[in-house]
Design a protein around this ligand. Structure first.
Ligand code: GLU
Length: 361
């Protein structure tokens, strides 16, 4: 174990609405210092900017409008980073603030740059404290929540473990004995059915987004853990192997970097619908998507754009880079390889989405 990402929810960092829990942050910083002594690098993904802004403005419930949430974040973020700095200082550690946007990470050189900055902070022995740049992220370009952001950071930085610490003690077996499930080796539809959303006034995540995040992390080769962030010494206990919360094993065949990039860092510009035969070819036979199985498309996209591939019930089953634009799709739908050859004699590759740039969701 060399590198861990610790995600802390607003409910763990604040008391009531928007009042910072300095004692809790102090305890967490003490544990971070201990982890660093074990030669493990720590990255923190900290929520709480909007919650702290709400507290400063005296708001009792999370505002609905994006502009109000962004205003709260603008007020709360500077308070939040100061709390982290105050908590880390007694341990001779510095906090380094990184505010990310989804849009930024889609662009290859910004993604590489964010990774380089984080690596540099870690080699200065600084604790990166990461959040979404909430005050400038518009809805359509938002990560959505910090569970997903934390998993993307774990994937970006090739971390070994992701700890999601919130008010949830772990994944609860609601179909069975009502206890926390200690280990999950794979996120199956049965496991996903155990998750439900949050109704807290400051939180946005909930178990559904936690499991999505964990899927992303474990598919990137990173193990993950959900546990109650208010429990004493929780980080150290998890690292010592104590059975607490739910542990999720890393996939033994993680996606290569390019496929992770496609699956998790890109937003599709549209979708291509396919028939049952093509679904089978993609899912079971691990083939490329050919024009013969294409039935239609929606959205406007160009050659090289990322699109979702939908099955016959419009469920996204895969994502990939298309070789054909949305204008061309209606001409090539249902066409055989020979027909395509005579339509595009100058094109060398006629797969609609080649397997090398296709990832199953
Ligand atoms: N970025 C948001 C904040 O700092 C939190 C989002 C989340 O908790 O998922 O308030």
């Amino acid at each position: 174990m060399k590198r861990i990402v610790i995600k802390l929810g607003t409910g763990i960092l604040t008391k009531g609405i928007g009042e910072i829990d300095t004692e809790r942050i102090g305890q967490i910083c003490g544990q971070i210092a201990e982890v660093r002594k074990r030669n493990i690098e720590v990255l923190v993904v900290s929520s709480g900017a909007i919650g702290m802004g709400m507290g400063a403005l005296g708001l009792k419930s999370r505002p609905q409008s994006l502009a109000k949430q962004q205003a709260c974040a603008a007020i709360g973020q500077s308070r939040l980073i100061q709390c982290w700095q105050d908590g880390l200082q007694p341990h001779d550690l510095l906090a380094g603030q990184i505010l990310l946007t989804h849009e930024g990470l889609r662009i290859r050189n910004r993604y590489v740059n964010a990774k380089m900055t984080i690596d540099q902070l870690l080699s200065y022995k600084v604790v990166p404290v990461i959040n979404e740049n909430d005050s400038i992220s518009a809805f359509e370009i938002k990560f959505g929540n910090n569970d997903i952001l934390a998993a993307m950071v774990a994937s970006l930085t090739e971390a070994d473990q992701l700890l999601i610490l919130s008010t949830a003690p772990g994944l609860v077996d609601m179909d069975g004995d009502g206890n926390v499930i200690p280990t999950v080796s794979k996120i199956t539809p049965k496991i996903e059915a155990l998750a439900k959303d949050t109704d807290s006034p400051t939180a946005v995540g909930g178990m559904i987004s936690k499991l999505q995040a964990i899927k992303l992390a474990t598919n990137s080769g990173c193990s993950a853990h959900i546990a109650g962030g208010a429990e004493s010494d929780i980080i150290l206990r998890i690292l010592d192997g104590e059975e607490v919360g739910t542990q999720f094993e890393a996939s033994d065949s993680p996606m290569v970097s390019k496929k992770r990039w496609l699956a998790y860092f890109q937003r599709p510009s549209g979708s291509i619908s396919i028939d049952e035969g093509a679904c089978k070819a993609i899912i079971q036979d691990e083939r490329s998507l050919l024009a013969a199985g294409v039935t239609g498309c929606s959205g406007a996209f160009h050659e090289g754009d990322v699109v979702d591939i939908l099955d016959t019930s419009d469920k996204p089953i895969a994502r990939g880079e298309t070789k054909f634009s949305s204008h061309e799709i209606s001409d090539i739908a249902h066409k055989s390889g020979d027909e395509l050859n005579s339509m595009y004699p100058d094109r060398k590759r006629l797969e609609v989405v080649h397997r090398d740039v296709l990832v199953l969701l």
